[in-house]
Write a protein that binds this ligand. Structure first.
Ligand code: TIU
Length: 222
């Protein structure tokens, strides 16, 4: 097992590719493209484009290193039986989860908007975790999958920093995983929340984990 040092804050962290998973959170058209769930919530979805290139670079490096790559997607069953009433009710009245939109029914599995954006599509052998909540562990088999593959460290990127990325890192941290967020490969509709969200992870000596960036990750694996 080869161990390399990944530059990060609050300090460098030794990682072994065979014990790491790159977890790419919710890089879906519903969040990144006009007409999807993100826009119906009143957001400027163009702000999330900044994460696409860095995610691609991290994905390429992880694949080259033979690292486990896990993709997640937030979405619900077409019959909405897994969508809490409280979640549906908080959407914009005319465009709620399950309503028709330009990319199909909003935040519904199997619809065009639910797809991962071009350029980050999973390849054969890469697991895709469909999750009904913000955290990737809630009501999914992610933990089982990670344990079966002897993973102890998650390299996390995707959108949005303070919502699904943060929730997943918090869930993973409590389950004993070391988590490293790649700052430039995450993005938020609120630049301030992105910045503060990353600060929160690495504060207090790394209370939830570490923060690194794509260049450091690629360099460490090279
Ligand atoms: N609204 C928002 O910032 N995010 C979400 O609803 N889901 C994810 O972060 N994926």
């Amino acid at each position: 097992m080869t161990t390399v040092l990944l530059q990060a804050e609050p300090g460098p962290i030794p990682i072994a590719a065979s014990r790491c998973a790159l977890v790419i959170i919710d890089m879906q058209r519903d969040f990144l493209e006009p007409g999807g769930f993100g826009e119906t919530l009143g957001n400027d979805v163009s702000l999330l484009q900044a994460a696409v290139g860095p995610c691609r670079a991290a994905l390429a490096a992880a694949r080259d290193a033979g690292m486990l790559v896990v993709h997640t997607r937030e979405g619900h069953r077409p019959d909405l039986l897994d969508a809490p009433r409280a979640k549906i009710d908080r959407g914009a009245p005319s465009k709620r989860i399950g309503d028709p939109g330009p990319m199909g029914r909003i935040l519904i599995r199997g619809e065009p908007g639910h797809d991962i954006v071009p350029g980050l599509a999973p390849v054969d052998g890469e697991p895709v975790i469909d999750k009904p909540g913000k955290g990737a562990f809630h009501q999914t088999d992610l933990e089982q999958l990670l344990r079966n593959n002897a993973i102890d460290t998650l390299i996390v990127c995707g959108v949005t920093t303070e919502v699904c990325v943060h929730t997943t890192i918090r869930e993973a941290n409590d389950r004993g995983y070391r988590c490293v967020a790649l700052s430039d490969a995450c993005a938020s509709y609120f630049p301030e929340f992105h910045r503060i969200g990353l600060e929160m992870i690495k504060a207090q000596g790394g209370i939830f984990g570490w923060v690194s960036d794509t260049t450091s990750f690629v360099t460490a694996l090279d």
